[in-house]
Design a protein around this ligand. Sequence first.
Ligand code: AMP
Ligand code: MG
Length: 428
Amino acid sequence: MSAERRLLDDCFLHDRDRMLHAEVLALISERLSPIVSKEMVALREAAGRILAEPIAAPRDVPFSDNSAVDGYAFAYADYFKRNTLGIRTRIAAGDLASVEIGKGEAARIFTGAAMPAGADTVAMQEDCELSQDGSTVTVPKGLKPGANRRRAGEDVPQGSIAIEPGVRLRAQDLAAIASFGFDQVPVYRRLRIAVLSTGNELVEPGSADRFQPGQVFDSNRTMLAALAETLPIEITDLGILKDDASLIARTIEDAAGKHDVILTTGGASRGEEDHVVTTLDSLGKRHLWQIAVKPGRPMVVGQIPTDQGDCVFFGLPGNPVAVLVCFLLYVRPALTILGGGQALEPVRYQLPAAFHIARKKTDRREFLRGWLAIGPDGITRIGKFPRDGSGLITGLRQATGLIELDEAVNEVREGDRVAFIPFNEFGL
Ligand code: AMP
Ligand code: MG
């Protein structure tokens, strides 16, 4: 068995019937760890990948003191005594500043050019007056020592760790790495994920000519493929499986050997036609099943041992709304951690509700489809998609985020503060 892809045997502690949202998250963050190896990739290919080693600056950035403006460089101690200086040399960006500036002297200097020895302060050219013959310059009074000079190492001092492992590399992180002079970066390899749908009623979009009553176009795999774009993962699409226990078992067993993670939708309940849970029980270990969250119940999580190591299994419900919510809330942080990243809690905004909910069941957490609405009074409130059905993709589309009602809430009156998580917290 390879060392990578091995999870702890008791990866998840509980196997209770209904787990609370916070317990699910705690389980994910405490019990999962990276299961992927590291690889070097070209910096230009590294956007969105997860950094695998700390990146320290091999030298000061910037490398030398340099001018922040076009102007004249001189010694502050000298300028204190006189402010008309002889122009000794000219230093453009990229030039070696080899001439030392002496008493009564200045260097013509340009933005980004290295400061010459003997100079520590720069006057902006707009504030200076050049003599007729261009041989001397009069610099303005009142400059502070070190004005308009960038210090070596002021961005990042040599040896300091600028970027910690686990960071998902953004444009600005890559810019920092480039500024250190690296053109390669160590990242975790992408998680390999197999995705499949289960359901006798499901057919592929595109087969409309054969579409019959009772059938449903599979929308989950399209949604999951797009969600995959928001993470450094590689998806294998295993298509639609009929609700056939042995077909599902064979497919999952085969996929487990070749993937880090299997993600299924549909068939995750206890019904006669639901075979995902029994399959997982026969092939591996189930860790959590029912969660006290709406939508989301049932969601099944487990692991399947293979010769190549353990494969993590997520069986999501079939309803598209539940698929999106479960993916964003649980699968996404789990994949982030398995892939070597830091799973950050999404930011919640507490804002007044523009809706009313007469009754909510306590002891479960609910995530509703909502949006920010700025009223004529200028106050931002949270609007809610009025219908409840977890098959309604329209609500997901109208929404710009999730409204979160925690377990204790039993009623929401207009104006009550509720938590709102914008979808962009999940990279959507
Ligand atoms: P299940 O979880 O299998 O009981 O399915 C719950 C509901 O979700 C049913 O109405 C299914 O038809 C629907 N459903 C399941 N899988 C998909 C899918 N891949 N795309 C769209 N709807 C689905
Ligand atoms: Mg089904």
